[in-house]
Design a protein around this ligand. Structure first.
Ligand SMILES: Cc1cc2nc3c(=O)[nH]c(=O)nc-3n(C[C@H](O)[C@H](O)[C@H](O)COP(=O)(O)OP(=O)(O)OC[C@H]3O[C@@H](n4cnc5c(N)ncnc54)[C@H](O)[C@@H]3O)c2cc1C
Length: 282
């Protein structure tokens, strides 16, 4: 039988983590699928499971000094119902799975599962979000880009738990988002794109671009974005072929059950082209 821990506070959870090798389970919507065996048979876990969905400290949402703090245990429906969660996160959330899954699936689970198709990871990558990780001995804050290092691979250490997601300067963002799945609901992305922009008097003041499902991790490149900041929209339109060419070198999709590498690349670059030619000047 699987041994289970059900801490009610973060302190209890850190204590469990310091004394045991456990598998953290929040909503279980990734873990239960990964651990399923046969129909009608309970999923198999080789380690004790620690349920963290009763820990209220992991479910808070707040703003301090223009930074948005999101508890890792917040479910997607909780985020969607919050008045302080920005529209760009809600638009992404509305396309994740189905309402029933969003009732239990957490933002922390999506990040720690580290799938290149993890939808919430896309805006977090584009905006250089940071993650707070805690263990009994220490806490550290690292960029999400240093946390997710490959499909299903993270730099989480033994005894650590993801507690919070931090988005600095989170507000007033114009954006364009598109997720391409096999159907409208309950579909993982074949490809996804998000572009954030700040334009003042036809000059680009900031630009953030990220692609999902087209590489081992979400694809973004700050140097490339910064090379366009300060330029005019007109200049950017002239340079579209060059920019698309440079992103084409970064995008490395694979063939899998959901789509082909060729289609993924084609559609991702089309979304980028549309963003640069049409959305930026809206
Ligand atoms: C039918 C279906 C449809 C889906 N559709 C989508 C979709 O459209 N888009 C999408 O992105 N995903 C989708 N998913 C995947 C899943 O729902 C999400 O990734 C969800 O956010 C996972 O959250 P969870 O709380 O259920 O994670 P869990 O399954 O509980 O955990 C996932 C992983 O994260 C670890 N973990 C969880 N919380 C923490 C923490 N605080 N600290 C450290 N480690 C932690 C767990 O140990 C595990 O390795 C779908 C899943 C299903 C079953």
């Amino acid at each position: 039988m699987v041994k289970a821990f059900t801490p009610n506070t973060l302190e209890e959870a850190l204590d469990v983590l310091s004394k045991n090798q456990v598998m953290i389970l929040n909503g279980g919507t990734d873990l239960m699928v990964k651990r399923k065996t046969w129909s009608g048979v309970v999923p198999s876990f080789e380690k004790p499971v620690m349920f963290i969905n009763k820990i209220s400290e992991l479910r808070s949402i707040s703003i301090k000094n223009r930074t948005l703090y999101i508890g890792s245990g917040c479910t997607f429906n909780e985020l969607n119902n919050s008045l302080i969660i920005p529209k760009y996160l809600k638009v992404v959330i509305k396309e994740i799975a189905s309402p029933a899954i969003r009732n239990v699936a957490s933002i922390g689970g999506n990040i720690c599962n580290a799938s290149p198709a993890g939808d919430i990871i896309l805006p977090l990558y584009a905006l250089d979000a940071k993650l707070k990780l805690m263990s009994k001995e220490r806490e550290r804050i690292i960029p999400i880009k240093e946390f997710i290092i490959g499909p299903g691979k993270t730099t989480i250490c033994s005894g650590e738990i993801l507690t919070e997601i931090l988005i600095e300067n989170y507000d007033n963002k114009e954006f364009y988002y598109h997720k391409l799945g096999t159907r409208k609901a309950t579909a993982l992305a074949k490809a996804s794109f998000i572009g954030f922009y700040e334009v003042e008097n036809s000059t680009i003041r900031d630009l953030r671009i990220a692609f999902g499902s087209v590489g081992p991790v979400v694809i973004s490149n700050r140097d490339l974005e910064l090379s366009l900041v300060g330029g005019s929209i007109k200049d950017t339109k002239f340079k579209v072929c060059e920019i698309v060419g440079r992103y084409s070198e970064l995008i490395r999709p694979i063939d899998d059950a959901r789509s082909t590498a060729k289609y993924r690349k084609f559609v991702s670059l089309n979304l980028l082209r549309h963003f640069l030619l049409n959305e930026l000047s809206k």
